[in-house]
Design a protein around this ligand. Sequence first.
Ligand code: NAI
Length: 333
Amino acid sequence: MVKAVVLGAAGGIGQPLSLLLKTNPSVTELGLYDIVNTPGVAADLSHISTPAKVVGYLPPDDGLAKTLQGADIVVIPAGVPRKPGLTRDDLFKINAGIVRDLATGIAKTAPKAFVLVISNPVNSTVPIVAEIFKQHGVFEPKRLFGVTTLDVVRASTFVAEVLGDLGKAPSISVPVVGGHSGVTIVPLLSQSSAALPSGFAQGDLEKLTNRIQYGGDEVVKAKDGAGSATLSMAYAGAEFASKVIRAIKGEKGIVAPTFVHLASDPAGGEALKKEIGKELEYFSAPVELGPEGVASIKPLGKLTDYEKTLVEAALPELATNVEKGVTFISASK
Ligand code: NAI
């Protein structure tokens, strides 16, 4: 029995993500919450002939608590996407407040749930959830994840495109580490499961890396003011949620990159810190999932000199983003 909850379920990501979770046969209950339209989305999805019972609530009458009751896994795509006229700071302030309030609800009603944060900026919203959970005395780093799967999905697709064979995309895996915005996104293309073509020059590698780091911009531009990635994000979010669910149900050996607190690792992420050579609190790294959430953080392995420079470039930005999230909560106490 798995109850999955989507907070922000009526949005551009929320609706297709809820659809994909409804089609996951392991999900037996699906709780949908948003400030608009959830009863409609829930009624619509409830007609699909898969096991999940679907419920949808709005804020009145404790809708958030009702949705979260008994949740095993909570996915959060609530918030505003990038749009023309919205600065990064505007976006941060709006989404930080939304995530803070939703995290408070989770801390009160479903403190044992696995929490998967999609709302941007992930590098800051994950620390916001952690700080709220700490305030409520329910922070368990093993159960908190920033969803960076879209970067991983893009890396597989773009490598397959370079190879001229999209048919290979589903089987190509490229670890993407660091964080989840711009320079903090570090694809380890030297560890791609499918080798890049011989003659792939440093310039080509830099272009491909840049495309993975800024893939979101392609979608924002093509949508021309209508928002950012929603369908590919829903796919990526459902993929990651399904891995977490399989791990909860006891499947072993599932590894996926995700943005986590280093205390989630049994050894406190010491091996990763050693590889990177810096003190760190949060990082996106390949994580082995288990019934308790994070089973261990995997080492990054051998990096090329180019990949080392990418990690170096990511660290200061990552630290600033994390600090911004932490300060948002400490300042609003
Ligand atoms: P959207 O505007 O289409 O949907 C957001 C939904 O959140 C709306 O239905 C809205 O009513 C709801 N919402 C707002 N405040 C709420 C609250 N207090 N409680 C519950 N629901 C609330 O936006 P979209 O495109 O679905 O994007 C959502 C978020 O996901 C954005 O922050 C975006 O930047 C982020 N995102 C993250 C990605 C990732 O890779 N992690 C990729 C793409 C987007």
